[in-house]
Write a new protein. Structure first.
Length: 179
């Protein structure tokens, strides 16, 4: 995927991203072709392949554009409250797009993006424990997204925050208490 700073290339990436979302609202992700995406976005195939390596790469780009911005400041890991607030805001603010991913069975791309964003929070070398924790959180958050996208009406941002905070702080798994 193109990661430079050329404004024309960046604008083309955004056009392709928006076109993919429009197409996913009409049909299944697996049935969308690169040619169709290029027509919808007004971008040539050559330009597409200079910016992206695949259709999945466009989804990853779109996820990165909408990624949860965790506080970085001191280089320390975010607090549990900050993490839960950030992801509850991200999930509720991007429900339509996330629902498209869930409905099209490309949630694994969300998992990978969450995992990568969690590891980007710290500048030091990642320990095995940090990688395990990032996988654990990415799996849990992806599962929450799957459930959230099937609810009608969906939970509010504050309710989702309380749920995430409760899950990650162990409230739902205290000894002797049922789920």
């Amino acid at each position: 995927m193109y990661c430079g700073c050329n404004p024309i290339a960046l604008a083309s990436q955004m056009q392709i991203s928006r076109a993919l979302i429009r197409l996913m609202e009409q049909k299944a992700f697996g049935s969308i072709t690169v040619s169709e995406l290029c027509r919808e976005s007004g971008i040539s195939r050559q330009t597409f392949y200079s910016l992206f390596s695949s259709m999945e790469n466009v989804v990853v780009f779109t996820l990165q554009e909408r990624v949860c911005a965790l506080p970085h400041g001191s280089g320390a890991a975010p607090s549990l409250e900050q993490l839960c607030r950030c992801y509850s805001r991200y999930i509720t603010g991007n429900r339509a797009f996330l629902k498209l991913l869930v409905e099209n069975d490309v949630g694994y791309l969300l998992y990978n993006s969450v995992y990568d964003s969690l590891l980007c929070c710290q500048k030091a070398e990642r320990t095995p424990e940090q990688r395990y924790a990032a996988h654990f959180l990415a799996g849990g958050l992806t599962g929450v997204v799957r459930q959230y996208c099937t609810e009608d009406p969906p939970a509010s941002e504050d309710a989702l925050f309380r749920l995430l905070y409760g899950l990650l702080s162990g409230v739902y798994f205290r000894q002797g208490e049922p789920l």
